[in-house]
Design a protein around this ligand. Structure first.
Ligand SMILES: Cc1cc2nc3c(=O)[nH]c(=O)nc-3n(C[C@H](O)[C@H](O)[C@H](O)COP(=O)(O)OP(=O)(O)OC[C@H]3O[C@@H](n4cnc5c(N)ncnc54)[C@H](O)[C@@H]3O)c2cc1C
Length: 376
């Protein structure tokens, strides 16, 4: 049986695993172990690809802000073209959501109220009479997720790391001070450090390794692509209602992606869109926009995976020497990835993340050991 020795193994070839492996490969010999034939096949390849200003609580904001610098100006040769494209966010406010709207106006940076007529000029498909108020939020972007993922995978390889595709872990054990990971097909990888970046399968991988689960909850989210003819949408902002019960954004310049912002608890699997969620997406969009939908061209669903308290779980496990969690990125795993991967690599190397403002608070907020019931 083929057996290879490394310094660190990363299980999961989504954006989390790829960024962690790329940063780790600068110091260590790394293997990135991915079950599927293509990295990014699951949640990473199914995101809405948004960089969101004002993302979540302090730890997410901190990692998002640090990631922005990388996404905006990646190192030379990382990607053939810019990873970010500016895309403002517009809010169309129905009468019933005035309160939420006022909270957004007072609580968020970069948001300014605009007239409904100004919104109508930006989005000519807006149904007259739907919006009683409107706003525009600057500082938002579309992310080229494929370029980001491929850039990190190239870094892994360029730094001497191995990307092992079609390699689902089947048996994980700690033998002689090393993790021994046997994958489907029989290959065996060994290293003193194991990073669990398996997304929705994070608890399943922990179970294989005999580590207590965190109680991760994958939640299904659906996206639908329609032809918005007769409207030309390429320059439209993203459009939300303040309650975020749906959103839409231009897709590939000529199409519109619509999501019902669903968050249905699921189990880890190759999730597919449900007919009902597709119908809800179209119905919510049509309450706001006067776009005839003759057919849905394409629809997909992905799993956004959350810890029990909703915050990320990055860091050493409560038990299991050399076992690191890198899970629970929920709906912000792409936009926080560059800094998250760097932070995880610092944790593995035992380095202080001096580059991250508020690092001590952030690291405490995302410490996976907070779920260890035996911790006093
Ligand atoms: C519809 C939708 C919209 C979203 N929009 C945004 C957005 O706009 N901005 C944003 O930042 N985020 C967004 N997200 C969230 C983002 O996509 C996720 O946070 C991120 O992709 C999670 O990455 P990951 O690497 O943890 O998971 P994944 O990409 O799922 O990677 C985990 C990998 O682990 C592998 N794996 C599992 N078990 C094993 C095993 N036993 N052995 C080997 N490999 C294994 C899987 O095959 C998978 O490839 C969205 C998600 C969805 C579904």
């Amino acid at each position: 049986m083929e057996s290879e020795h490394f310094d660190a193994l990363v299980i999961g070839g989504g954006i989390a695993g790829a960024t962690a492996a790329a940063h780790l490969a600068a110091d260590f010999r790394v293997a990135l172990i991915e079950a599927e034939a293509a990295a990014g096949y699951h949640t990473t390849g199914r995101s809405a690809a948004l960089w969101v200003a004002n993302a979540g609580p302090e730890h997410e904001l901190g990692l998002a802000e640090q990631s922005f610098g990388f996404l905006d100006a990646p190192p030379a040769g990382f990607a053939a073209h810019p990873i970010l494209t500016r895309r403002d966010v517009a809010f169309a406010v129905p009468a019933a959501q005035r309160d939420v709207f006022h909270a957004i106006l007072s609580g968020r940076r970069n948001v300014r109220e605009i007239s409904v007529a100004a919104l109508q000029a930006l989005i000519p498909a807006l149904r007259p009479g739907y919006a009683v108020a409107a706003a525009l939020e600057a500082g938002n972007y579309d992310i080229d997720v494929a370029a980001l993922l491929q850039g990190f995978l190239r870094q892994v390889r360029a730094r001497g790391g191995v990307v092992a595709l079609r390699s689902r872990s089947q048996l994980i054990e700690r033998v002689g001070g090393r993790w021994r990971v046997e994958v489907r097909g029989g290959a065996v990888f060994r290293a003193p450090v194991l990073v669990n970046a398996a997304g929705a399968w994070g608890d399943a991988v922990a179970e294989q390794a005999g580590i207590p689960k965190l109680g991760l909850v994958p939640k299904r989210r659906t996206a639908v692509v329609i032809d918005p003819a007769p409207f030309a949408v390429a320059e439209w902002p993203r459009l939300y209602d303040p309650a975020r019960s749906w959103y839409c954004k231009p897709e590939a310049r000529t199409r519109l992606m619509v999501s019902p912002a669903d968050a249905t608890p699921s189990h880890a699997h190759d999730v597919q869109p449900e007919e009902m969620d597709i119908a809800v997406a179209v119905a919510r969009m049509q309450q706001v926009l006067d776009i005839p939908v003759r057919r849905v061209e394409h629809a997909w669903a992905g799993l956004r995976t959350f810890t029990p308290d909703g915050a990320f779980a990055f860091g050493a496990a409560a038990e299991g020497e050399g076992f690191f969690w890198f899970v629970g990125q929920g709906g912000d795993g792409i936009l926080t990835a560059p800094a998250a991967g760097r932070l995880l690599a610092d944790m593995v190397a035992g380095r202080a993340p001096d580059w991250l403002p508020g690092a001590a608070r952030i690291v405490a907020a995302i410490d996976p050991r907070r779920f260890d019931r035996r911790t006093p």
